[in-house]
Design a protein around this ligand. Structure first.
Ligand SMILES: NC(=O)c1ccc[n+]([C@@H]2O[C@H](COP(=O)([O-])OP(=O)(O)OC[C@H]3O[C@@H](n4cnc5c(N)ncnc54)[C@H](O)[C@@H]3O)[C@@H](O)[C@H]2O)c1
Length: 397
C-alpha cells in the first residue's frame, strides 16, 4: 500500500495580507532552544516575540535586553496572563510544558510546546483535551521533519518512487553524556521524563519515521542499557556529588509499522564523536532513501538497476510540493535553523490566517494529537523494556 501523499496544505503559505496586525508571541524558557524559536519567528515578518519569561526575572531581563525583546516577566504566570500575548511558546525543561501550556489554554491563547510534548502520556492527554475543548491552535515543535531534503524523501515515498515500504532504520547518537562528569536536567526523571534520551531525542525519530513514510508505529520491542550508573552532579563552586542515574543512557528499539514494515532505531548520548548524528533510511520495493542530519542538504537514493545518487538540494529540482520550503538557492546549505523557520511558518501562518484549529491534522504542522501519539509510542517502549524485551502494542486513542 502507498503512503498518503502530501497535499497542498501540508506547506502553509505565508499570509498575504501585509496590513494585518503582527502576531504577538511570548516565549517561556530561553536557554538553548528559546533563542532559536526567536530567530525562526523573526525571519517570518508577520509575527514578533514581544516578551519572555525564564527561571528568574533577573535572567529574563538580561536576555530581553540582549536580544532587544520589548518585555520580560517575573514569572511564566505573568507572561501567560498578559492580554497582549496571542501565542504562548514553551521552551522550558519538559516538566514545565504541561503546567505552562494548560495555563495558556485556560487564558485562551494559542500554544506551542517544544518536544517532547510532556513528561508522560497522562500529561499529554490532558493538554490535548484542554486545547481541543478551548478551540485554540496547538503545536509541538518536531522541527527536524521540516528539513527540505527529508521532505523531498517524503514526497518521493508519497508518489510511489520508493515503492512499498519494507524497512526503516536509523539512530540519534550524540556524545554529551560520554563521561561520568557529564550532567544535564534530562537525567532527572522529574524534569526530563523516565526514559532520558529515548524519549527526548528519540521523539524526533518516531515523528520523522511516521511523517516521512505516512505510516504509524504499531508495536515496539525495546532494550535499554545504563553504562554509567553513578554520575557527578554539579552543586556549585566547582564541586560535585554522586548522582544515582535512574534513566537509561542507551536504547535499541525494534518497531513495526502499520503496513508490516520493520524498523530498527537506537539512541543515546554516549557515542564519542557523534555530535548530532540523526539518520533515517527507508527501504522500499523500488528504491531506498537516506537522510542524515549532519549532511542535511543531501538525500541518498539507492536503486538496484540504476546508479545510486547523492542528491544535493536545488529548488527547481525538488518535488513541487516541497519547493517553497527551500529558502536558499542550491549550493547554499540549509539546515536545522531553516527547518525551524519552516515549522514556525506553518504554525504561525495557520494562526495568522485565523484558520480553524480542527483543520490542523498533524501534516501541516505537528499538533498536540501528534505529540500524544509519540507519548504513546514512548509508553509502549517503556513497557517493552520493563517486560525484558517483549513486543508491546502502541495504544491508540
Ligand atoms: N526541537 C528541537 O530540536 C529541540 C532541541 C533542543 C531542546 N529541545 C527541547 O526544548 C526544551 C528546552 O530545552 P533546552 O535545551 O533549551 O533547555 P535549557 O536548559 O537550555 O533551557 C531551559 C530554559 O527554561 C528556563 N526555565 C527553567 N525553569 C523555569 C521556570 N520555572 N519558569 C520559566 N522558565 C524556566 C531556563 O531559565 C532556561 O531559559 C526541552 O523540552 C527540550 O527537549 C528541542
Amino acid at each position: 500500500m502507498r503512503a498518503r501523499g502530501p497535499r497542498s496544505q501540508d506547506v502553509q503559505a505565508e499570509p498575504t495580507d501585509t496590513t494585518m496586525k503582527k502576531l504577538r508571541v511570548g516565549i517561556v524558557g530561553f536557554g538553548f532552544i528559546g533563542p532559536h524559536h526567536l530567530d525562526a519567528i523573526r525571519r517570518l515578518g508577520f509575527a514578533e516575540v514581544t516578551g519572555i519569561a525564564t527561571v528568574s526575572e533577573q535572567d529574563a531581563r538580561r536576555q530581553a535586553e540582549r536580544y532587544h525583546i520589548s518585555n520580560h516577566y517575573a514569572s511564566w504566570r505573568q507572561l501567560v496572563a498578559d492580554p497582549a500575548i496571542d501565542v504562548v511558546d514553551v521552551a522550558t525543561p519538559t516538566n514545565l510544558h504541561a503546567p505552562v501550556a494548560l495555563a495558556a489554554i485556560a487564558a485562551g491563547k494559542h500554544v506551542i510546546v517544544d518536544k517532547p510534548m510532556a513528561l508522560n502520556t497522562r500529561e499529554a492527554k490532558k493538554m490535548h483535551d484542554a486545547a481541543r475543548r478551548a478551540g485554540v491552535v496547538n503545536a509541538v515543535t518536531f522541527s527536524i521533519r521540516y528539513n527540505v531534503m527529508l521532505q523531498q524523501a517524503r514526497a518521493m515515498i508519497a508518489r510511489g518512487a520508493v515503492g512499498d515500504i519494507r524497512v526503516a532504520t536509523g539512530h540519534y547518537w550524540q556524545e554529551w553524556l560520554t563521561k561520568e562528569t557529564d550532567f544535564n536536567w534530562r537525567l532527572d526523571p522529574k524534569q526530563g521524563g523516565a526514559l532520558g534520551m529515548i524519549s527526548d531525542a528519540g521523539a524526533h525519530w518516531y515523528d520523522m519515521v511516521q511523517h516521512v513514510t505516512g505510516r504509524r508505529i504499531v508495536r515496539v520491542l525495546a532494550d535499554f542499557s545504563r553504562f554509567i550508573p553513578v554520575r557527578q552532579r554539579p552543586v556549585g563552586g566547582g564541586k560535585t556529588v554522586d548522582y544515582r542515574v535512574r534513566v537509561p543512557d542507551f536504547g535499541i528499539i525494534l518497531c513495526e509499522l502499520d503496513n508490516g514494515a520493520r524498523g530498527l532505531f537506537s539512541t543515546g548520548a554516549i557515542s564519542a564523536g557523534h555530535k548530532n548524528d540523526l539518520t533515517l533510511e527507508v527501504c522500499g520495493s523500488r528504491a531506498s532513501v537516506r537522510w542524515q542530519q549532519e549532511r542535511p542538504d543531501e538525500l541518498w537514493v539507492g536503486r538496484r538497476d540504476e546508479p545510486n545518487q547523492t542528491w544535493i538540494k536545488d529548488p527547481p529540482l525538488l518535488d513541487p510540493s516541497v519547493r517553497s520550503l527551500a529558502a536558499l538557492p542550491g549550493g547554499h546549505y540549509e539546515a536545522w535553523p531553516d527547518a525551524f523557520r519552516n515549522l514556525m511558518r506553518n504554525i504561525l501562518g495557520f494562526i495568522a490566517e485565523g484558520r480553524d484549529p480542527r483543520e490542523a491534522d498533524g501534516a501541516t504542522f505537528p499538533t498536540f494529537a501528534t505529540g500524544l501519539g509519540i507519548a504513546r509510542i514512548v509508553d509502549a517502549i517503556a513497557a517493552s523494556a520493563k517486560a525484558g524485551g517483549k513486543w508491546k502494542p502502541v495504544a491508540r486513542s
